[in-house]
Design a protein. Structure first.
Length: 503
């Protein structure tokens, strides 16, 4: 069982709601009446979480009136474990007197395993947490035993209350939803980034500077399980950089990027696929004006593989950071969805690529999604991404033009359909630059049907191919780096969304 000793003997253990959460005994402090400003009270909580403990364990804290600041620090043991066995990892966060009910009404912050302490008060808070008054009532320290060693997980919490007059509440300022733009044009973006407001190590200013250096026109803030960064991007936006706001909802059954939600939108993550709750929160993202983008769906880290299905998704991240074998799996799985869409005449799911950059040497904008949008606004960028009028490039150096042309001059580009008869000759054409010695591959519902010779060292070239809609239901293009030997394709340099052929 879970033990909660508080230093004075075992406390009661209570189950709350679903079996995936437990609430421990309450930590109480003396009444605040007569406490001098600056007075502090501290309580220490010790406990043990066994293997198989619920996903979330809540420690209630009775906060008296007159408290100015609440501060929490914690430690836990990291014993040696056998090879191939997970060790201890304990996440932490905070909910206020509004409670821990799913939906996050009481949410005040989450730092996962990135910090060993945090504070909250009216005028300030640790990055990842929301400033605001510390009202009297029952608050909750949220513990998330991400993994537990066979020996169990021993932890210690230290909770400190500081009394006094509350500071002046902070009024949030958010970045604008449009930048100057160039009208209808191709815009480059990276929509999966982490700052020090979750487990990243860069400030918003540092990320914005790197985004500009990478040739980006837009970015999306996507901290793990918190929207606390939303009010800290406004001074980094400009005519040359659109900053959208979102979150990476990091569940135990996969991660999903909420892309371009309304400022201040928080999306809960405390559920698994078996709970049948994701649809509710996907709907919340859509109502807040955002896109639902499952991230690194075939990543191999604990809890990273996507298990909620794609019925609520607007796009899928098939390329995450430096190109790796799990990206290759994600790419092939995505291609299979294109075949199903053609077969069933259903909507299809566009592909995206993002850096998921956290710290040096992670490169912002590697890869980046290049989208055809009517202007540099949140809505226009989202429209282009949702329609698949986009391609993924490893850097700002790579530029593509990809078209399909019918016998009478009809033409379609990425994400579009060339509506011609099944036996109509179609010319597929890719113009590329910035991809030295890369080969071009054309892929259809039948597989790879053309592989070009390597492009010249200058990196520019044109590849054409002839087909018909009855032979190719869609065509997409890949640019691959050279490989040393063998049949395995090289790492991607670029990837287009498909052009569909036929009526």
């Amino acid at each position: 069982m879970c033990e909660d000793t508080h230093g004075i003997g075992r406390r009661a253990l209570f189950v709350t709601g679903a079996a995936a959460a437990l609430t421990l005994g309450t930590v109480s402090f003396a009444a605040a009446d007569g406490q001098d400003p600056g007075t502090q009270e501290t309580a220490t909580v010790r406990g043990t979480l066994p293997p198989g403990c619920p996903d979330f364990v809540y420690v209630p804290v009775e906060v008296p009136a007159g408290v100015r600041e609440i501060k929490v620090s914690y430690t836990y043991d990291r014993p040696s474990v056998p090879a191939g066995t997970t060790g201890n990892a304990l996440d932490i966060g905070l909910f206020d007197q509004h409670g821990t009910e799913l939906g996050g009404k009481g949410f005040r912050g989450w730092s996962g395993g990135a910090r060993t302490e945090f504070f909250v008060r009216a005028d300030d808070a640790t990055p990842g947490y929301l400033p605001g008054p510390v009202h009297a009532g029952t608050w909750y320290v949220a513990l998330g035993p991400y993994t537990v060693a066979p020996q169990g997980l021993d932890y210690e919490l230290t909770i400190t209350l500081t009394y006094g007059e509350p500071g002046t509440p902070v009024r949030p300022v958010y970045p604008p939803s449009r930048a100057k733009g160039r009208g209808r044009d191709w815009y480059r973006g990276d929509c999966h980034l982490h700052s020090w407001y979750s487990d990243g190590r860069r400030t918003p200013a540092e990320i914005a500077a790197l985004a500009r250096a990478a040739g980006l026109d837009f970015i999306n803030s996507s901290e793990h399980n918190t929207h606390a960064s939303h009010a800290h991007w406004a001074d980094q936006a400009g005519d040359d950089l659109l900053i959208m706001l979102g979150e990476e909802i990091t569940t135990r059954n996969g991660h999903v990027v909420a892309l371009g939600t309304d400022p201040g939108t928080f999306v809960d993550w405390r559920y698994r696929a078996r709970d049948n709750r994701f649809g509710r929160f996907a709907q919340q993202i859509h109502k807040a004006g955002g896109l639902v983008v499952p991230a690194h769906p075939h990543a191999t880290c604990v809890g990273c593989a996507w298990k909620f299905g794609f019925g609520d998704a607007d796009a899928v991240e098939v390329w995450n950071g430096p190109y790796t074998p799990d990206d290759e799996v994600a790419l092939n799985a995505w291609d299979a969805t294109l075949v199903a869409s053609v077969r069933d005449n259903k909507e299809w799911l566009p592909a995206m690529g993002n850096s998921d950059a956290h710290r040096d040497p992670d490169a912002v904008g590697a890869p980046q999604t290049v989208v055809l949008a009517d202007d540099l606004t949140r809505e226009a960028i989202q429209d282009g991404l949702r329609a698949g009028r986009s391609y993924i490039a490893e850097s700002k150096n790579v530029s593509l033009t990809f078209t399909a042309t019918g016998g009478r001059g009809e033409q379609a580009g990425m994400g579009e359909r060339l509506k011609v008869a099944a036996d109509t000759p179609v010319t597929v054409r890719l113009e590329a630059s910035g991809a030295p010695r890369c080969t071009v591959r054309f892929i259809t519902d039948e597989g790879v049907l053309l592989t070009s010779d390597p492009l010249p060292v200058a990196g520019s070239g044109v590849v054409e191919w002839q087909t018909t809609p009855q032979y190719a239901a869609y065509v997409r293009a890949e640019l691959r780096h050279e490989t040393a030997a063998g049949p395995v394709p090289g790492a991607l340099a670029a990837l287009t969304n498909p052009i569909f052929l036929g009526r």
